[in-house]
Structures are given as C-alpha cells and as structure tokens.
Design a protein around this ligand. Structure first.
Ligand SMILES: [Zn+2]
Ligand SMILES: [Zn+2]
Length: 71
C-alpha cells in the first residue's frame, strides 16, 4: 500500500505567495515567535510576496531570530 504523499503534503503549511518569476512559491511556512508573522524563508529579501524570513532565520517584520515551524 502506497503512502499517501498527497495527504502528508496537505498537512504541511505551504507558502501561497508569488515568486519574482511569477510562479507560486510553495515554500515551507514558518512563524515568528516574537511578532507572529507568517511566511516562507528565502535566500535573499524580496524573493517572494509572502516572505517573512531571510537566510539567517531573521524575521523581516520585527527583526527577531524567533523562527518557528508553522502549525
Ligand atoms: Zn517577527
Ligand atoms: Zn513564499
């Protein structure tokens, strides 16, 4: 019996933002433990419309290093 990958994937919070190139991000969503901002983490700022963290796990909203898994 095959593992239901689709179901497992649906349980993860995926970023619904749009990347610069126009495609949906689908990155893993994280939450800031300081200000509650939700969004994905990208290598550089401004890569995704819903980006909330930079490559150093720093929150782009409040500047805290309090990145936590979403959900
Ligand atoms: Zn924050
Ligand atoms: Zn994203």
């Amino acid at each position: 019996m095959a593992i239901a990958y689709d179901h497992l994937k649906a349980d993860l919070a995926l970023c619904t933002g749009t990347r610069k190139a126009g495609q949906q991000c689908n990155g893993t969503v994280h939450v800031c433990g300081q200000c509650g901002a939700r969004g994905c983490k990208q290598n550089r700022p401004g890569l995704c419309s819903e980006q909330a963290f930079d490559v150093l796990d720093q929150c782009l909203k409040c500047g805290a290093h309090a990145m936590q898994p979403a959900g």
